[in-house]
Design a protein around this ligand. Structure first.
Ligand SMILES: CC(C)(COP(=O)(O)OP(=O)(O)OC[C@H]1O[C@@H](n2cnc3c(N)ncnc32)[C@H](O)[C@@H]1OP(=O)(O)O)[C@@H](O)C(=O)NCCC(=O)NCCS
Length: 185
């Protein structure tokens, strides 16, 4: 029997988030562009104490798996991936990802980290479906999800308002058999 390697790729690995990561997370949440790409909630800075409480809750959660993205050879935090809101009877969950520093964007870290998280979702948690939502102005993220094999299933029309303009929020889904077919190529 072969047990395949989980959570570790060619350049990045997924590990636990620690309290020592809080200063880095505070720094990312101070970047309004990052926040507006990542979250529909108001882009506001968060204190270390507030993020510490969030991390504590995350560690207790049974239907949420969050990981730090780190390079293979260091403890630096370069990103964050989360499988959230798992509905165990149905085998479904949500998915989100953020690579914190823009100097790290576009270098393949997001793709590799996302594939590790999806392998965990489908091969370790044995989930059937992963859902993601992406803002229509987030071209890099749309390209990432489509490259990962997610299907565009619809749009929440005019869901967001930013700087006086309304934008759709796109709905994407990836099913286990689509993931397996994509992984065989
Ligand atoms: C979206 C995000 C996770 C993507 O991760 P990344 O490491 O930057 O992306 P990758 O380098 O792995 O690129 C994946 C694909 O995205 C696309 N991409 C990369 N840079 C791009 C750019 N400047 N414009 C458009 N598409 C781009 C490409 O299709 C790329 O695949 P390719 O290299 O084979 O062409 C990352 O940029 C990020 O965290 N952004 C801010 C927060 C965010 O948007 N989170 C997602 C919310 S849904």
């Amino acid at each position: 029997m072969t047990i395949s390697k989980l959570l570790c790729g060619d350049r990045v690995r997924l590990t636990a988030l620690n309290t020592s990561d809080l200063p880095t997370l505070v720094h990312w949440f101070e970047d309004a562009e990052f926040m507006r790409l990542y979250d529909a909630r108001p882009a506001r800075p968060k204190s270390e104490a507030e993020l510490g409480r969030w991390l504590e809750e995350l560690h207790k959660a049974k239907d949420d798996f969050a990981f730090a993205v780190r390079p293979l050879d260091s403890q630096d935090l370069i990103g964050y991936v989360e499988l959230d809101g798992i509905l165990w009877p149905h085998g479904v969950c949500g998915f989100s990802i953020g690579i914190g520093e823009r100097s790290h964007w576009g270098q393949g870290y997001g793709y590799e980290a996302a594939r590790l998280a999806l392998a965990f979702a489908f091969d370790e948690l044995n989930l059937h479906r992963v859902t993601a939502t992406v803002f229509s102005y987030n071209k890099r993220s749309i390209a990432l999800f489509e490259k990962l094999g997610f299907q565009r299933e619809g749009a929440f029309r005019e869901f967001l308002q930013r700087d006086g303009k309304r934008y759709d929020m796109l709905l994407y889904g990836l099913l286990k058999h689509e993931w397996e077919a994509g992984s065989e190529q």
